[in-house]
Ligand binder design. Structure first.
Ligand SMILES: Nc1ncnc2c1ncn2[C@@H]1O[C@H](COP(=O)(O)OP(=O)(O)OP(=O)(O)O)[C@@H](O)[C@H]1O
Ligand SMILES: [Mg+2]
Length: 326
């Protein structure tokens, strides 16, 4: 039951690519699942980037504001998830906002979303959660997500511009987490290995431990940020993806240690409904986007009144066609 919030900064250090790499490499013991919530208030980039527009932009976070006002948040949350694990529903994406102006509609929804995320680890099918908060999601209404997370992972590059812009941001974040969250010891850095500063120097300068090092590898990163390039086994076995896996392992361990030190966090209380199964728009994000062969837009599902536990999956692919991107 781990919730990690990934955050970026000016200069686009690589927060979304790193968050997606974490999703794809997150260790999943049998029966566990992981969800990436693309919660960047400036808008999401995975549908247009990694997924190359192959999933309808109807899916996503923007649906949750209205659903919350209608008292339907949990059901809507599960309905918006997109399966990136070849139909196994293990690695799931909640796509981000299409338009930053949609962020205002979520002002009162971040709190319940953060509670939902915290509660997902305790469900019959436990889910870990990665949240991409983008450059400014640790401030404003969505700050509650970082405050409730087990870990907050700022992504920085080891260059002077990246470190210079990160320092005041991290100072403000530390202050916010100490004042309103569970403490600034939730901050752990993910460093993209670009620039001349060492791990020790970066940690000292930003006054936070370095959780993981990710190679500076524009070719591999472009697969995740732009949906370009080789996505087969070479990609999955690359140093970049192995570093993401190591970072995910470290995050899980650090989060567990931290939880042991803290009192139990408030959760949304009780078991959440299991939720309908996610659509599987990709027939192979588990093996990355090379397996994506056909662009297809899925119509919005009709809302249904059955309880989620009993309902048919809202996006069950008809004849293995709808809901898949080939
Ligand atoms: N480890 C890396 N090595 C090299 N290039 C990278 C790496 N990670 C990301 N990039 C590149 O940096 C650019 C920005 O990546 P990404 O969109 O992940 O950053 P971001 O921090 O989420 O940006 P934004 O704040 O705009 O959302 C992309 O071109 C991506 O390919
Ligand atoms: Mg981003």
């Amino acid at each position: 039951m781990t919730v990690v919030a990934v955050t970026g900064g000016t200069g686009a250090p690589g927060a979304t690519s790193t968050a997606l790499a974490l999703l794809l490499t997150w260790p999943l013991p049998a029966g566990r699942r992981v969800i990436l919530i693309e919660a960047d208030p400036d808008g999401g980039s995975i549908l247009a980037g990694a997924l190359q527009g192959r999933v309808s932009a109807e899916y996503g976070l923007h649906q949750l504001g209205v659903a919350h006002r209608q008292g339907n948040l949990v059901d809507a949350f599960f309905r918006q998830l997109v399966d990136l694990s070849d139909g196994r529903r293990e690695r799931l994406l909640l796509p981000g906002l299409v338009d930053p102006t949609q962020a205002s509609g979520l002002a009162y929804t971040w709190d319940p979303i953060s509670q939902l995320a915290a509660g997902l680890g305790n469900q019959q099918i436990p889910h870990d959660v990665i949240v991409d908060l983008g450059r400014r999601g640790t401030t404003g209404a969505s700050a509650i997500v970082a405050r409730r997370a087990d870990l907050v992972l700022p992504v920085v590059r080891g260059t002077l511009p990246s470190l210079a812009q990160a320092q005041p941001r991290l100072a403000a974040l530390r202050n916010d987490l100490d004042t309103h969250g569970t403490g600034s010891d939730s901050i752990a850095l993910v460093v993209i290995e670009q620039g001349r500063y060492s791990r020790q120097e970066i940690g000292k300068h930003l006054e936070a431990p370095v959780l993981g090092l990710v190679p500076f590898d524009p070719e591999r990163a472009r697969v995740l940020s732009d949906g370009e390039g080789d996505t087969g086994k070479r990609f999955l076995r690359s140093r970049y993806m192995r570093a993401a896996r190591t970072t995910a392992d470290a995050a899980i361990n650090l989060a567990a240690q931290r939880r042991m030190r803290l009192a139990p966090r408030p959760t949304s209380g009780g078991q959440l409904p299991a939720g309908p199964e996610a659509p599987a728009p990709s027939d192979g994000w588990a093996q990355a986007a090379a397996y994506i062969r056909r662009s297809e837009t899925e119509p919005r599902p009709e809302p249904h009144s059955e309880s989620p536990a009993e309902a048919e999956p809202a996006h069950r692919p008809a004849g293995e066609e709808a809901g898949h991107v080939r």
